[in-house]
Design a protein around this ligand. Structure first.
Ligand SMILES: [Zn+2]
Ligand SMILES: [Zn+2]
Length: 131
């Protein structure tokens, strides 16, 4: 908790941290959406944690883009080893345990446009040789 406050303070003092968008306005119920703040395509990924020893679900959270367990020890067996599972779809039971990671999607449509241009460039010299 103290660390969170410190990050908050640093991001307030250093404008460079402010520019990193957290995509807060992307609704969690959609699979993918464009962030209204930065325009990037965002994919919502849900993760849950499980105790490696007894398999009980544990609450997880996102910190610095990583999924970590909220507790250090399992409330069921006292184990401290957890595994993270990615969910295909979130449901009402898992939402209490799950953490949402808003991942930036590298758009492939931009690459396709580039390929089209390259193809056109390749064709032109061929025509010139024929003349
Ligand atoms: Zn954003
Ligand atoms: Zn356990």
């Amino acid at each position: 908790m103290i660390l969170d406050k410190m990050i908050e303070l640093i991001s307030y003092l250093l404008p460079v941290y402010k520019t990193k968008c957290t995509h807060d306005k992307v609704p969690p119920e959609v699979e993918t959406a464009y962030c209204p703040d930065c325009g990037k395509l965002i994919k919502n990924e849900w993760y849950i944690g499980r105790c490696s020893s007894c398999g009980v679900k544990v609450k997880v959270m996102v910190r610095n883009g990583e999924i970590i367990s909220q507790n250090h020890f399992c409330t069921n067996c006292g184990g401290n080893d957890f595994k993270i599972e990615k969910l295909d779809k979130i449901n009402f039971i898992d939402i209490n345990f799950a953490a949402l990671l808003k991942r930036e999607v590298v758009e492939t449509s931009v690459c396709k446009t580039t390929t089209c241009w390259q193809e056109k460039i390749h064709e032109q010299p061929k025509l010139l040789i024929q003349y």
